[in-house]
Design a protein around this ligand. Structure first.
Ligand code: SAM
Ligand code: SF4
Length: 452
């Protein structure tokens, strides 16, 4: 296995989109084209499957020095109301594009830290949105809660508003790791919020764990997993630490590269961690995620309904996802768009009555074909080519896969590719073979984290 890691551990995208953000072609994009694409997708899909909304709530009280999310650190809670007012204004700008009431199927509050905001303010925001939509049957509403500041009132308020899923950021319970990442978070705190969520009636409770953090040993990882098992979350994210200190605004500091586990050690954290999770009854779903059998995530995997977007894996899928808030990414299937990345710019543009998208990509026919295959690989670990969904470079891609076939990472049968159990950890590498945009324009500088 070690030699495979040496061979395949290269910088690569996580494929929450195709094309991946660094390969978006700005020359094809404009806010006008984005709006046209939103209108087209809304008209095609609202009455059938409905739409999704993602709201980015960027504030955190303290910086966790491993964090790669778009956030703003502040202790000033006076920022809450003006920010939420901007989000509602941005939503109104989208409403102007729609010719009927949107049917809201999925809603996710991410960040930053959604639970930085008071329950009352979150209620005002959500009621402001709900009064403009029809809520779909079986809606999927979820949020990210920081265990250190999620109160019972947050959980109850959001439950009353229809939320049934919550993910708590845990990362690691080892004191040395917690110190290095500036995130002191006792197990008792996580236990308390998890138990409150369960008592209130949440049915999809998830914990985020991260492997490859500074000073993380297998003993620390094992301890973290065993403590997590005392609380038995319905699902788990088991993320590979993405070390991207060159990305502007990320602020990864407080440790240096020598404090990070080596490639081989990191791999062991994943391999042994995965084995332990499986022994404890969890099933790996796609990449990075594990779920108990009863959970929707696993059920959507076996019913071939699993989907992947900027929020990671989801058990339902809508063609239109409107991202609100600074840095939020939206997806209309035919196009992507990202909002401006600072709170000030975001609020200014929204005040001027403009949808605050700054960059994006309009997918061409070829992108749509590749997007589908990469999604199939990431979600179902297999994909099939036929005359309708091929492209000229396919021969070349199959040639590159031969090496992975020899290494037993994939099985190739005629035009079908299946990722093997051994190949799962290399799913990003398999997807990269089909990433035509990256292939044609190999990055000169480092833009992605390592695949493993
Ligand atoms: C927005 S945070 C979760 C909500 C809340 N802010 C918290 O920290 O609990 C989302 C998750 O992203 C993951 N994450 C952040 N930075 C990461 C990195 N550099 N590599 C891997 N995962 C990361 C963490 O597991 C984190 O819990
Ligand atoms: S991990 Fe969560 S709380 Fe920490 S800085 Fe990132 S978004 Fe904020």
């Amino acid at each position: 296995m070690n030699s495979l890691i040496d061979k395949y551990n290269i910088p690569g995208p996580r494929y929450t989109s195709y094309p991946t953000v660094p390969y978006w072609d700005e020359s094809t994009f404009s806010p006008e084209k984005w709006k046209d694409s939103v209108i087209r997708t809304f008209n095609e899909s609202n009455s059938k499957e409905g739409i999704s909304i993602y709201i980015h709530l960027p504030f955190c009280e303290a910086l966790c020095t491993f964090c790669a999310c778009h956030k703003r650190i502040t202790k000033q809670h006076s920022v809450e109301i003006p920010y939420l007012e901007s989000v509602l204004k941005e939503w109104k700008l989208y409403l102007e594009l729609f010719n009927e009431k949107p049917k809201l199927k999925e809603l996710h509050l991410g960040g930053g830290t959604p639970t930085f905001f008071s329950p009352a303010n979150l209620k005002t925001l959500l009621e402001g949105i709900f009064e403009t939509v029809e809520i779909a049957e079986h809606p999927e509403f979820s949020f990210e809660g920081h265990p250190n500041n999620t109160s019972k009132d947050h959980l109850q308020t959001l439950y009353n508003l229809g939320f049934r899923r919550v993910s708590f950021g845990v990362q690691d319970y080892d004191p040395k790791v917690q110190k290095a990442i500036n995130r002191i978070q006792p197990f008792e705190k996580v236990k308390e919020v998890t138990e409150w969520a369960r008592e209130i009636g949440y049915r999809g409770i998830s914990h985020d764990l991260v492997f490859g953090l500074p000073h993380q040993s297998w003993e620390a990882m094992e301890h973290t997993i065993r403590k997590t098992m005392e609380l038995k979350p319905d699902r788990l994210a088991f993320y590979s630490y993405a070390h991207v200190p060159w990305v502007k605004g990320v602020g990864q500091r407080g440790f240096d590269e020598n404090d990070l586990p080596s490639g081989e050690e990191k791999r062991r954290l994943y391999e042994d961690g995965k084995k332990l999770l499986e022994d404890l009854g969890y099933i790996e779903v796609g990449m990075d995620h594990f779920s108990l059998e009863h959970d929707d995530l696993y059920q959507s995997l076996i019913h071939k309904k699993l989907h992947r977007n900027f929020m990671g894996y989801t058990s339902s899928n809508t063609q239109l996802m409107v991202g609100l808030g600074m840095s939020a990414i939206s997806d209309s299937w035919y196009a992507f768009a990202q909002n401006v990345k600072t709170v000030e710019e975001y609020q200014k543009i929204v005040e001027e009555g403009e949808i605050p998208v700054v960059k994006g990509h309009i997918l061409n026919e070829e992108d749509l074909i590749v997007r589908r295959h990469i999604l199939n690989l990431m979600c179902q670990l297999e994909t099939t080519f036929d005359s309708q969904n091929s492209f000229p470079e396919l021969e070349n891609a199959f040639e590159m896969l031969k090496e992975m076939e020899n290494d037993h990472l994939v099985e190739i049968n005629d035009n079908q590719i299946k990722i093997t159990e051994k190949g799962r950890a290399f799913t990003r590498n398999v997807a990269m073979v089909f990433d035509l945009r990256m292939m044609r324009n190999k990055p000169e500088t480092r833009i992605f984290s390592m695949t493993i």
